[in-house]
Design a protein around this ligand. Structure first.
Ligand SMILES: *[C@@H]1O[C@H](CO)[C@@H](O)[C@H](O)[C@H]1NC(C)=O
Ligand SMILES: *[C@@H]1O[C@H](CO)[C@@H](O)[C@H](O)[C@H]1NC(C)=O
Ligand SMILES: *[C@@H]1O[C@H](CO)[C@@H](O)[C@H](O)[C@H]1NC(C)=O
Ligand SMILES: *[C@@H]1O[C@H](CO)[C@@H](O)[C@H](O)[C@H]1NC(C)=O
Ligand SMILES: *[C@@H]1O[C@H](CO)[C@@H](O)[C@H](O)[C@H]1NC(C)=O
Length: 572
């Protein structure tokens, strides 16, 4: 039995081993996060399987109803329940609007399934109707249904994914316009701020509540703006823009909005401000509207709002006094937005806060109270939300740091081990017990699976700039979005750009991070990401390229056109 007794020399060798290993790790950082090609492909296939497990179970057991109940293999017609916590005024004969199919269309293309995309588009072209006696939430219906239809229409007519000639005759755009017209009655208020609820068939109902949220008024511009540009009917964009401007005019002297307001009086109801539920996508849409439509008006609003929210976090809009100290699952979109702005360092550190909580519970609980270091007593659920995966995707795009792929891998593992059931993916009711709930939300297909897939395979993004709506629906950024802007902020003569030094356009997401720079002044050093550098002249006129600042979404130097304007040539 001598072999059990180690010689002193051998045990010294053993004792050295951990040090050698550590040294090796320190010397070759690539070994620390060796996320090789094979592992990336394995993960992408894993996400693809997740998506199809969710999708095919929906198509088998729920379609054309709205959402799947994965535990009982049944369905829920939830379009009229979205945002309707008290389940008021539910219709009696509503049979569903194929909500999950609408939400899945762009994900099918992201995963390269053109035939199934086409099948879905054609089914909806023929069978979708909004002539239904259902009270729906304007915000939810806008981001899920209108956004899903507009995005799918653009993709169905796009040169890369165009459907066979003759099969598609813009029916999804007609459905979208039909829905958009039904939305318009909501904006018929003294303030121009829209009601939160409308009946699709009969308009605003008698005695309808006039209370709505900041997101409800401020997250309509991408979908309704795109609808106007596509149809040539300016009413949708005008209504959304008017509401957004009114909302912005209601901000406090600290540049903060509240959370809920009254659309008749234009007064705030809830003065607490933050980046979570009820406000989140307001910030997101200011930035994304600037990227999509190019109007400085959006950038100016966003810039002030972004600075204010970083200063105050969750606070009373009037006093700036801190209200809550908490992390919520919905706030996890914020690092992704910071990536779009170009604030990568800040994005990285806020992302790590969320990762810490995710790592601790296995998923992100809805609300975590930092001051009590405890879960919120009634908000312990995790309904398959996408925001953390979304931010992880943006950060990986910006940094190519494979650590984010590892985060994605752990998200995928958690989803598979805690939420996958035989009939789909189920929400978690309580993250401490991992008890499940019989509901597969449509955003799991529109966003969670899509962002995880794009993290491991971004071929969908190559050679095209997209903005993703708050529901994950891609809208390509095209020069003509800028040109068709009704205002005159953007010079219309872009035809004469010098093009010799313009390489092939790359996705804004692929372009790298710019370093922070300090712009001094008598009042002290103001440290800003280079992405914030404004043009030398406020009217964006120029003689040389050097007079043009850096673009916030790409961190690239703007170019001076022959017409004498600073421009965003790379987005063409
Ligand atoms: C497309 O989706 C359908 C339905 O889920 C599936 O049967 C088919 O295998 C998919 N095709 C590809 C290329 O992934
Ligand atoms: C419309 O729905 C009917 C009933 O489900 C179906 O038979 C038909 O094929 C659908 N139309 C298309 C174009 O898929
Ligand atoms: C609306 O409110 C008024 C006053 O409270 C009430 O008399 C009326 O019945 C309500 N109408 C509906 C449709 O609920
Ligand atoms: C993100 O933060 C971590 C921890 O502070 C750091 O090691 C890493 O280099 C940072 N990455 C970026 C891209 O800033
Ligand atoms: C655009 O600019 C070019 C070059 O400066 C000029 O020749 C052309 O006439 C301009 N077009 C319009 C519509 O102003």
């Amino acid at each position: 039995m001598a072999s059990l007794v180690e010689s002193p020399a051998r045990s010294r060798e053993r004792a050295l081993l951990p040090f050698l290993f550590l040294l090796l790790l320190l010397l070759s950082p690539s070994l620390v996060s060796a996320f090789g090609e094979a592992r990336r492909i394995r993960m992408k296939e894993e996400v693809r399987r997740m998506f199809y497990h969710a999708y095919e179970n929906y198509m088998t057991y729920a379609f054309p109803h709205d959402e799947l109940k994965p535990i009982t293999n049944s369905y829920t017609d939830s379009l009229s329940e979205l945002g309707n916590l008290k389940l008021e005024h539910l219709p009696e004969n509503y049979k569903g609007s194929a909500l999950t199919l609408i939400e899945s269309l762009s994900s099918l293309l992201v995963m390269g399934n053109k035939s199934e995309f086409e099948r879905g588009v054609l089914w909806l072209s023929e069978n979708l109707t909004f002539d239904i006696d259902a009270r729906i939430n304007l915000f939810e219906c806008n981001i899920r249904v209108l956004g899903g239809l507009v995005s799918a229409h653009i993709l169905a007519t796009d040169s890369k994914s165009r459907l066979a000639p003759g099969t598609y005759k813009n029916q999804l755009l007609s459905h979208a316009a039909d829905l958009g017209q039904r939305f318009l009655c909501a904006f018929d208020t003294p303030t121009g701020l829209p009601y939160a609820w409308i009946n699709l068939k009969y308009g605003v109902m008698e005695n309808e509540t006039s209370e709505t949220s900041t997101s409800g008024c401020g997250s309509l511009i991408l979908e309704m703006g795109a609808l106007s540009r596509l149809t040539g009917d300016s009413r949708y964009e005008t209504a959304a823009l008017r509401a957004l401007r009114k909302l912005w005019s209601m901000r406090s002297s600290l540049d903060l909005p509240g959370t809920t307001l009254d659309v008749i009086t234009g007064e705030w109801i809830e003065y607490s401000s933050g980046i979570g539920a009820g406000v989140d996508s307001f910030y997101e849409y200011l930035m994304k509207a600037y990227i999509l439509f190019g109007s400085d008006e959006f950038w100016d609003m966003f810039h002030s709002a972004y600075i204010a929210v970083q200063k105050y976090h969750e606070a009373d809009m009037r006093t700036g006094k801190a209200t809550y100290w908490q992390l919520t699952s919905l706030q996890a979109f914020w690092p992704g937005l910071q990536v779009l702005v170009g604030d990568i360092t800040a994005a990285n550190s806020s992302h790590r806060e969320f990762f810490h909580i995710w790592d601790r519970f296995g998923v992100l609980p809805e609300r975590y109270l930092l001051d009590h270091d405890a879960l919120h007593p009634t908000e312990k659920y995790y309904p398959l939300r996408p925001e953390f995966a979304e931010s992880t995707f943006y950060l990986y795009q910006a940094t190519k740091d494979t650590w984010y792929l590892e985060v994605g891998e752990s998200i995928v593992k958690s989803l598979n081990s805690y939420t996958r059931v035989q009939g789909g993916f189920a929400s978690i009711r309580d993250v401490t017990t991992m008890q499940l709930e019989d509901h597969q939300h449509s955003f799991f297909l529109a966003e969670t699976c899509k962002y995880l897939y794009l993290l491991f395979d971004d071929s969908f993004l190559v050679n095209e700039n997209y903005i993703f709506t708050t529901e994950g629906h891609p809208i390509p950024i095209r020069r003509w979005w800028h040109e068709r802007l009704p205002q005159t902020y953007i010079p219309t003569n872009w035809t004469s750009f010098k093009s010799e030094n313009h390489p092939n356009p790359v996705s804004a997401m692929q372009s790298q991070v710019c370093p922070a720079t300090s712009t001094g002044g008598n009042t002290g050093i103001l440290l800003e990401s280079a992405c914030h550098i404004p043009d030398m002249r406020t009217n964006h006129r120029c003689i040389t390229h050097e007079e043009c600042g850096t673009d916030a979404t790409s961190c690239r130097q703007r170019m001076c056109s022959m017409a004498g304007y600073c421009g965003l040539w790379f987005r063409i």
